[in-house]
Ligand binder design. Structure first.
Ligand SMILES: NC(=O)c1ccc[n+]([C@@H]2O[C@H](COP(=O)([O-])OP(=O)(O)OC[C@H]3O[C@@H](n4cnc5c(N)ncnc54)[C@H](O)[C@@H]3O)[C@@H](O)[C@H]2O)c1
Length: 273
């Protein structure tokens, strides 16, 4: 038989599954046979993903959840476990936000907003998923970091720091979980033109200073994307959401059973560290 990735009979939880990379991951796990439970801050987007998963013939469910709120994450994990009939096999935390304010102009409030979601959100997921998986003595967690967390950039500094923290948390959690047979890894996406990148293009246009805010029109965004962003990528093109989803499904699968505490970068060669 040909080599397969098969999640039949498994339950996967994906946060941030309302759009972008989280949505693509949720749909890809469903294509691989999993039943997929979702958490997202925006309910309408989450429910739309549920419909698309059900159209693939898999079971799905949704709880509105802001990962920055610990009580909501706790409720999400409980609901996902119940959905799985008492088991949860994979937890993917794709919920995350960007901040396009330069270090020299940003405010404490903006940095707190970013860290509450990207860092505290990851802590909440790990804090409530680890005991559950450790008790089962099986399962794995995939966090979503970024190439931005693998080395500083001369832009997006607070975002870089938040994603470096996600990598560090992933490595510590992997050490804690290994003796229970539970794996923890991180996916570091490169450049994928989701809604997040539309925000970054606006940030590039106003020099990362929120005081100069002048949103670009569609044509200006396209020119900036073609002229500067794509040039950063040695392979010459941005990644697609499914590239990130396929790597996530691999890391969560049994093919990666000896991989833990690692960061898998999918970036067309943008970083080579
Ligand atoms: N797009 C890229 O190029 C890129 C590159 C590297 C890393 N990432 C990371 O990938 C993840 C997904 O990014 P994306 O590009 O799909 O972004 P996106 O903005 O398109 O989607 C983010 C999703 O997360 C949800 N969300 C946001 N805050 C939330 C919260 N507090 N609680 C629950 N849900 C929340 C949103 O409702 C949305 O559905 C993020 O962690 C991001 O930092 C993206």
């Amino acid at each position: 038989m040909a080599l397969q990735i098969d999640f039949s009979g498994q339950t996967v939880l994906v946060t941030g599954a309302g759009r972008g990379l989280g949505k693509s991951m949720a749909l890809t796990f469903a294509q691989a046979g999993a039943d997929v439970f979702l958490g997202n801050r925006k309910e309408d987007q989450g429910l739309e993903t549920v419909k698309e998963i059900e159209a693939l013939g898999r079971r799905s469910g949704f709880v509105r959840c802001d990962v920055a709120q610990e009580s909501e994450v706790q409720r999400l994990l409980e609901a996902a476990q119940e959905f799985g009939g008492g088991r949860l096999d994979v937890v993917v935390n794709a919920a995350g936000v960007i901040s396009v304010e330069d270090l020299l102009y940003t405010t404490d409030d903006e940095v707190r907003r970013l860290f509450d979601i990207n860092v505290l959100g990851t802590i909440h997921i790990l804090k409530h998923a680890l005991p559950l998986l450790e008790k089962q003595r099986s399962g794995n967690i995939v966090t979503v970091s970024s190439i931005a967390g693998r080395g500083g950039l001369d832009m997006l500094q607070a975002y870089c720091a938040s994603k470096a923290a996600v990598i560090s948390l992933t490595q510590s959690a992997a050490r804690m979980a290994a003796k229970y047979g539970v794996r923890v890894n991180s996916i570091a996406p490169g450049i994928i033109r989701t809604s997040m990148w539309e925000e970054i293009l606006d940030g590039m246009a106003h020099g990362w200073n929120p005081a100069n805010k002048s949103p670009l029109n569609a044509q200006e965004r396209e020119e900036l994307w073609q002229s500067s962003v794509q040039k950063m990528i040695p392979m010459g093109h941005a990644q697609q959401p499914e590239d990130i989803a396929w790597a996530t499904v691999f890391l969560a699968s049994n093919l990666a059973r000896e991989i833990t505490g690692q960061v898998l970068t999918i970036d067309g060669g943008t970083t080579m560290v």
